[in-house]
Design a protein around this ligand. Sequence first.
Ligand SMILES: *Cc1c(COP(=O)(O)O)cnc(C)c1O
Length: 496
Amino acid sequence: MQILYKSTRGNGDKITASQAILKGLSDDGGLFVPDNIPKLDIDLETLSKMTYQEIAYEVMSRFFTDFTEEELKECINKAYDSKFDTKEIVPLVKKGNAFIMELFHGPTIAFKDMALSILPYLLTTAAKKNHVKNEIVILTATSGDTGKAAMAGFADVPGTKIIVFYPKNGVSPVQEKQMVTQKGDNTYVVGITGNFDDAQTGVKRMFNDKELAQELAQAGYQFSSANSINIGRLVPQVAYYVYAYVKLMERGEIRKGDEINAVVPTGNFGNILAAYYAKQMGVPYGKFICASNENKVLFDFFRTGCYDRNREFILTSSPSMDILISSNLERLIYRVAGDDSEKNKELMKDLTEKGSYQITPEMEEGLKEFYGNYATEEETADTIREFFEKNQYVLDTHTAVAVDVYRKYMDEKKDSRPAVIASTASPYKFTRSVMTAIDKKYEDMEDFALADELERISGVKIPKAIEEIRTAPVRHNTVAEAADMPKVVKEILQIS
Ligand SMILES: *Cc1c(COP(=O)(O)O)cnc(C)c1O
C-alpha cells in the first residue's frame, strides 16, 4: 500500500515520502505526517530472528513506499555498519525489570546517530529520484547532539552543504568541542547568542522565507532539514522500538503480545513519538513515559492539557532536553485532533502569538497512553550516583532523568510491566556533570582527565568519538545573533 504524506497545517494535498524528506518542513509551516500509519504486517516471531538492519528495512519500507527495496537496503547498510561500535547496533541491558536501550553506540555517541547516520543517504536518494539539480543545504538547529551527528552524516557528501546553529552558552564542553572540530569542506558551525528555541525558530523562519528560497534557487541551492521535523529522521527511529520488543521476546524476557512500557527522556518529542508510531504499527507497547528535566513544559501539558512556553528557560545538566517548544508534539496534536489540520493550525497559531494553547477534553482523551513527569537537577545527580553505586553502571544525565521519572511512575502507578528505557547518550558526552554527581572530588579535574577517570570507574572503554577530539584543532569559530542567521547563511553560500 502506498503511503503519502500531508502537512499538519495543510489543505490535504499529498506528496510522496521522498518529496517529504527532501522538503523537511511544509511550506505552510506544518510537519509532514503519513496519511495513515502502516501496519507491521509481518509476524513478531519472524522479526525476532532478524538483525537490526533487517528490522529497520521492514519498518522503513512500510513508510517510505516510493523507495525501491534496493535503494532502501543500500541506505540502511551504509548507515548501520562499523560506524557503530557494536554489532547489535542497539544493546539492551537489563537492570531490574527495566531494560536500558543503549542508543549511543554510533559515531557521535548520542542517539541522534540512529537517524542521522541514515538521513544523508535517504536525502541524496530522494534528490536523485526527484531529479533535483540544486545543491541541498541542510539547515540545522541543535541543542547539542543533532548538530554533530548531522555533520558526521553529511560531511563531504557530494551535492550537500550543512550549516549548524547551536546556542553558544547552552551545550556541554564535549558537545561544543565535537562540533567546532568537525571536518569536511561542506560543514559550517555557527554559535548563536541565544538559546536552542531561538536557533530553532530562526531555522524554521528561514524555511518559510519565500524570498530567501528564491535567492537560493537562483544560486542553485535549496534548503532541507536534518532536525526531527524531517520525517526522514522520525521513521528510522521507529525501528529500534520494534527491535527492542522482538529481541526481548527472543531472549525470553517477554512473551509475544505482552505489553511493555517505553520511558523516553524527551526534548523535541521525536524519540517518544517514534515509540508511539511503533505501537500504532501494531507492536504491543503500553504506556509512553515522557521524562523531562526542569524545563517541564510537557509534564505540565500532560497534566493540564495546556501547553505553555511562557516561562523561564533553564540551562540544565541535560542540555539536549533544554527545550520549551517541542516541535514533534505537533504531530501528536494533529493526530489527537482527529487529523484535523484546521484545529491544529489554530492551536499552533496560539502558540506563536500567545506562547500557549489549550487542547479540548476530547483531545486529552487521546493522550491517555502518555504519562509525563520530570526530574530536578538534584534528583538527576542523585539518580546517577545511586544507580552507579547499585549497578556499577554509569548513566548519562539525560538517561538519568528518564530513570528518575520511571521510578516516580512506578511509585505512583505500581505498573509491573517491563519497560524499555531509552538511553540517549553515552556518559562520556557529559563527563563533568556525570562525574561530579558520583563524587564531588572530581569538581576540579579537567575534562579529559575526567574521561580517563570515568573509564577507570566504569570499565567502559573511552569511545573513539572522545579520543578524536582530545587533540583535534578548532575549525569553526563563527558567532552570531539569532536575528542575523539569514545573513550568515547568505555569507556562507556567497549569495549577496
Ligand atoms: C535529542 C536528545 C534528546 C531528546 O530527544 P527528542 O527526540 O528531541 O525528544 C534526549 N537526550 C539526548 C542525549 C538527545 O541528544
